[in-house]
Each structure stands twice: as C-alpha cells, then as structure tokens.
Design a protein around this ligand. Structure first.
Ligand code: SF4
Length: 580
C-alpha cells in the first residue's frame, strides 16, 4: 500500500534520507522503487505526491543545489494521469463558513469549510495557503509545473461547504482572485509564494467539535469565529471580475473550465444566472440518495423533487452536471442502494454527466457517531461494498463518467468502515474476474493508446425537458478519443435566459490526450488532430436537422477565442452561432 500522508514529526529522518538519495541522480522507476523500499513506512511505500509535499516543507533544511533539486523533481514527478484527460485540474477551497445543511454524515472540522477534513491532501494545501484563492491557485500551478505537468489549460475547481450560501461579494472576490492568479502567473514569480496574509478565521480558544456530544454546532462555532473579524476584506465587484475574465482570454494560463459545488435546494433561476456570470461551466451537486425517506433520516434538508428541479434548471442553462452520490446512508441497505442507483439513469429527471460515488464513512466529529453508538447505523461489510460498487459501474451508461469512487479520507479519520485507499482497484479486479462489461466513460478513455480507425458514435437519451445527444469519437475497441454533449430543448423558449431561445446547446466538448498546451501541435495527440472541430461540425449538422436555428455553447472564459474562430459570437454569457 502506498502511503499518501507523511508524519514529519515521526519520520523526518527517514524522509530526509529518501529525498537526499533521490536528489543524487535521475533514476529509473525500478531503481526509485528500490530506494523507497529501503525506507518503508509502517504502512508501505511513500507515494511520490507525499514525498513532494514533504519536500516543500523540508526545502530550507535540505538546501539542495539547482542540479540536485532538478534530479529530485524528475524522480518524484508523477505519471501524466492528472492531465491525461486534456486539461490540468486545480482545486481550491473556500474558507470555513456556516452551511445551511444539517446532514448527519457530514464532518464538523472547524478548521475547514464544511464537509472537508484538515488532513485530506487538498484541504492541507488550502489551509497552508490560508484559504486565499490567489495563493492556492498560484502555488498549485507552480507545484504542478515543477513536477512536469503542462499548466496552460486549467480547469479550476472550487470546493468547500455550500458555495451559494457564501456572501455574493465573497464569491465574486474568490473567483476574481483565482483568475488574477492565472493571469499573473506568467509575469510573477513562477515559484511557490509564501503566505503572508492573515488567516480569515480566528479559531483561538475555540474547542473542537465532539460528534458525540455536539455541544455546539459547526455553524455556531464558525459564526463566532467569523464575528471576530472587524470587516470582511474579501470583496470585489462584478466589474472587477469582468476585467479579470477579459484578461484571461489572452493569458498564458487559461481557465478552460470552472467548477463550483453547491446544494440542489440552492439552485433557482437567479442562482443559475449568477453561477454563469461567475464563469462557471460545470456544477457539482449533492444528490446523495434518490429516496426521500433516506434523505429525511439523514437530515439532508431537501427531497428528490428539489434535486430534479436543480437538474432541470442547470441543464436548461447548458451546465455539465456532476452529482455526488452516497451509498450506506442511515436508513438504507445495500439492496436498496443498488436499485436506487439505477434510478439515476432510468428516471428522466436526473441522468448526470459525471458522478462522485462516496460510500458513507464514519468520521468522529459527525452527528452519525450518535447513531453508530446506539447501534442504529453500521458500515457495510467489504463484501457488500464491493457488490455495490461493482453494480455502480455495471449500471452506468456510456455518457456518464465516474470521476471518483471512495473518498480519499486518511484512514486515521475513519472510525469504522472501509479504510482501504485502493478499493477502486479491488472493484476493477472483481469486474475483470467476473467478466463484467463496463461502458462508463473513465474506463474507456484513450489515455496513451494508439488512435486507430476513429469514428463518431451518437447515443441519444431523453431527459424531462431535453433530448440529449452524446457524440463520441471512438476507436474499434470502443476507446473514447473525444466527446461532445449536445442538448436539444423541447421548448424553444429557454427557462433561464432569452439569449438561449431557439438554441440547441453544446454543454461540453472534450478531447482526450496529454495536455500539450494551447498552440503546441503534435500529430500523435488526440487534442490537436481536429477531433474537437469535427465533433462541433457534427453537432451543427444534427441541430440543423432537428430544426434548431441557432447553436449555443457554454464556453469557459479561456476557450472563447477557440469558438470565436469557429464562428460563435459572444451574446451576453454564451457564444452563439446565429445560422447553422
Ligand atoms: S450540505 Fe454539504 S456541506 Fe452542508 S452539511 Fe450537508 S453535506 Fe455537509
């Protein structure tokens, strides 16, 4: 098992030994593994990511010269998986803030935005940057660049609590600062920036929340800490954000996707418009369950009808929708979870484009501790969990991508239940053993395989208010080279905004291949052999044949120039081809 987290207090000597050895020369993967085996942790070998994080902390102590530092970086550079889907994701977290949700399974770590844990790797990065969006974005790009990732096409992912409940001025400021970091990266220092800002949350004297006693809620504690702030400095205007957006159109580090996470019951027409105005292209929402009784038992605060409404509005506005789904909730059973998951795709109201499937884990600070202690809830056995997750893949259609399965929570935080970080691998092995055919997108991505005999395949499926066409360039072995999501609304009058009236909508275009960087051509690479343009052309043909006058695209700020060259004009918040 690879260890993703390093306890620097206990293992400092050992880590310094590894880093020093790896800085001496550039080694083959076999030799690197040999070196790691000389210094194993009690849980197995250290991961390259963990070593990289440790190096950042021990940099001043190690005092490596330039050559040794370069050797070290080359040895701990991770495989190209992170950016192999064409863009490099950069995740940033908002500061701790009260959440309108009262979900019993949600951790209450007061150092973090609601639902995150301070020793998750992404959360640690956010905390060490004091939740400052500029520092988080800049430092993550610098780190990724240092370990060899291309960084000119960035998907910005904003996580943390419930976005829509943060003050609007904070939201605008947060996004503006992320864009400012992208826009300035090329001209500012490309090294990591040390934090010199003030921590937005003063937790001095505040007690940790004990899930069992729950004397004070997360919201009460955070509100108290926030009230100590004299004035909210984190504010910006729409105009300032617009300027940052405009600069990004020609910046070297382009935002080619902006992802924001919120709750279904926070979604209404006005919120959808606000999200779009911020520049968002994809929304992550917590579905958790499609069983109203289970939602109620877990104090989720909304029912399935609300989730259905959120899907309808977001799809009408052309957003990609990533759902979060949670088996093993209080009140459910493994059999119920398996049939509930099927409803995600059989019910016309849902049909998500992407999913994160996180079985419920028991965290000490969550209210679920009460239920566990009283024998009302227990985690599924490994066998039950394996069965559910195998079925999850089996029941996922070809247009949906499971982005994550099993949340990357450090095992020390989990009271009971699965602690294996390689569970997804076990699921894969189980499916292989039972020869289960999987058409889910992630399993079919081309990655570094050779592109042979590409052809377009169109899958049509219905939702409550649209007909969706999923266009894929696939190989003979059904590997996806690229895809496009085309939405054909039943009603020509758009529910959200008049600029989308009489429009078919391209919700996503994505071509796989190692992200080369905009403008860098390679014949071998799927991203730069015209697959995207051919998919758009096909979408135009289909839309025209189906009787639509215009085709709109929910473009990210950094892709506006690309669509402009293809004849798509900027009309308010979308780019539209007037005559197709
Ligand atoms: S809405 Fe999300 S963040 Fe808020 S309590 Fe529920 S799970 Fe936690």
């Amino acid at each position: 098992m690879q260890q993703y987290k390093i306890n620097l207090k206990e293992n400092k000597k050992q880590i310094l030994g590894i880093l020093n050895t790896l800085s001496k020369s550039i080694y083959s993967p076999k030799k690197i593994e040999k070196i790691l085996r000389i210094y194993p942790s009690k849980d197995g070998l250290y991961s390259k990511g963990a070593l990289y994080r440790a190096y950042i902390k021990l940099k001043t102590e190690l005092k490596l010269n330039k050559e040794s530092e370069e050797n070290l970086y080359k040895n701990i550079k991770m495989k190209n998986i992170r950016s192999s889907s064409g863009v490099t994701p950069v995740t940033v977290l908002t500061k701790p803030f009260p959440c309108p949700g009262k979900c019993i399974f949600c951790p209450n770590d007061i150092r973090m935005p609601k639902s995150y844990l301070s020793d998750e790797p992404g959360a640690q990065r956010a905390e060490s940057n004091l939740f400052d969006p500029y520092l988080q974005t800049h430092n993550r790009i610098a780190a990724l660049k240092n370990i060899g990732h291309p960084v000119d096409k960035i998907e910005l992912i904003i996580l943390g609590g419930t976005w829509s409940s943060y003050p609007l001025t904070y939201q605008i400021w947060f996004v503006k600062e992320c864009f400012r970091a992208l826009n300035e990266f090329e001209t500012s220092t490309k090294d990591m920036i040390k934090t010199n800002t003030e921590n937005p949350i003063n937790l001095k004297g505040v007690k940790e929340i004990d899930g069992e006693k729950m004397e004070k809620s997360y919201n009460q504690v955070i509100s108290l800490a926030l009230n100590r702030q004299k004035q909210l400095k984190e504010q910006a205007t729409w105009k300032e954000l617009e300027n940052a957006h405009l600069k990004n159109i020609t910046a070297k580090q382009k935002c080619v996707g902006l992802v924001i996470e919120t709750r279904p019951d926070e979604i209404n027409k006005e919120e959808v418009l606000r999200l779009r105005k911020l520049g968002a292209t994809k929304i992550q929402i917590g579905i958790q369950s499609l069983n109203d009784k289970v939602l109620k038992l877990n104090k989720r605060g909304h029912n399935c009808a609300k989730t259905a409404e959120a899907f309808k509005l977001l799809r009408a506005a052309g957003f990609k929708i990533q759902g979060h789904y949670m088996p093993n909730l209080y009140g459910s059973t493994s059999a119920k979870d398996i049939s509930d998951y099927k409803k995600l795709f059989s019910n016309l109201a849902f049909k998500p484009d992407e999913l994160k499937v996180y079985p419920c884990s028991l965290i000490e600070s969550a209210e679920l501790m009460h239920y566990y202690k009283r024998g009302l809830w227990k985690p599924y056995t490994e066998k039950e969990l394996l069965k559910i997750l195998v079925n999850t893949y089996k029941d996922t259609p070809r247009y949906c991508r499971i982005n994550r399965m099993i949340r990357d929570i450090p095992s020390t935080d989990i009271v009971v239940g699965n602690k294996k970080t390689n569970f997804r691998q076990m699921v894969d092995e189980e499916m292989k053993k039972n020869q289960i055919k999987v058409v889910e997108m992630r399993h079919r991505e081309i990655r570094n395989e050779k592109i042979e005999n590409p052809k377009i395949k169109v899958t049509t499926y219905k939702t409550t208010h649209t007909t969706e066409k999923f266009l894929e360039f696939v190989t003979d072995t059904d590997k996806i080279i690229g895809f496009l999501r085309l939405s054909l609304p039943k009603n020509p009058k758009n529910k959200i905004t008049a600029e989308l009236n009489n429009c078919a909508i391209i919700r996503e275009v994505h071509v796989y291949g190692q992200s080369l960087g905009i403008g860098k051509l390679s014949n071998k690479n799927a991203q730069h052999t015209g697959f995207g343009k051919k998919l758009i052309k096909k979408a135009e043909e289909i839309s025209k044949k189906e009787g639509y006058e215009r085709l709109a695209v929910i473009s990210a700020i950094g892709t506006r120039e690309y669509y402009k060259k293809l004849g798509y004009e900027l009309v308010e918040m979308y780019q539209v081809k007037p005559r197709i």
